[in-house]
Design a protein around this ligand. Sequence first.
Ligand SMILES: N[C@@H](CCC[C@H](N)C(=O)O)C(=O)O
Length: 277
Amino acid sequence: MTLAFSKMHGIGNDFVMVDCRQRAFPLEQAQIRAIADRRTGVGFDQLISIEPPRDASCAFYYGLWNADGSPAGQCGNGVRCVAAWLHRAGELAIGDTVRLESPSGPVTVRLTGPNEVTVDMGVPKLEPASIPFRADATATQYAIEVDGDVLQIGSLSMGNPHAVVVVPDLQAPSLDRLGPLLTAHERFPDGVNAGFVQQIDRGQLHLRVHERGSGWTLACGTGACAAMAVLRLRGEVDAQVKVTLPGGTLSIEWAGPGATLWMTGPAAFVFEGEWWG
Ligand SMILES: N[C@@H](CCC[C@H](N)C(=O)O)C(=O)O
């Protein structure tokens, strides 16, 4: 088969975008994995379909798959690219605000420029069952054993599961080992996106994320939201924070529990292509 696609990225978190506005999603899991291969395919962290909405209150639905073919519930960098893709497709004008439907529910996006998008990412879910995470009660910190080390994690759902560990040094070699182990930890029955965050001050965080289904990525938008929310819940950061990942910086705003969380950042086109599978 041949498949037309757009290649995009949000601060280095890269995507293959597939237009499914007029047709059913055409790929099986094995084909998604083949396209993800960075040598014999196109390469991506997530593949995103743009489809008609299932919820009539939304303008479009977007589907999400990780590089290993597993489905995902939300993608912060991806939703910004969906908005920029819709602009290029003539569906969204600069200054427009639109409700989009993700696999985990609606989000509201505002296209502030051709390549800049602000997203209302919704209210972070803190209850362990909604993550899902095996714990007796909701807390701002949980002790979890990983390969003999006891890590203090924060955990929440941004429409997908996150564990956040505060570390003094993001370059510590131990993180390369701990990331994959935390992602696959038995207390997260669906796996988890594992974020390691170094606090610079009350308004700046540095972050690396080992993503479920995609490994270490240059950026994770929901991971940036989760890291900010975990530190905000502990009273360590202000309501507006810049989160710097290996691929760039996002602005995150969150007043606190019960409020929706806002993310602003760029979305970039790389090329249009055709996959011959
Ligand atoms: N890169 C993303 C998150 C993508 C999904 C994640 N790997 C999962 O399986 O939950 C982002 O920018 O948020």
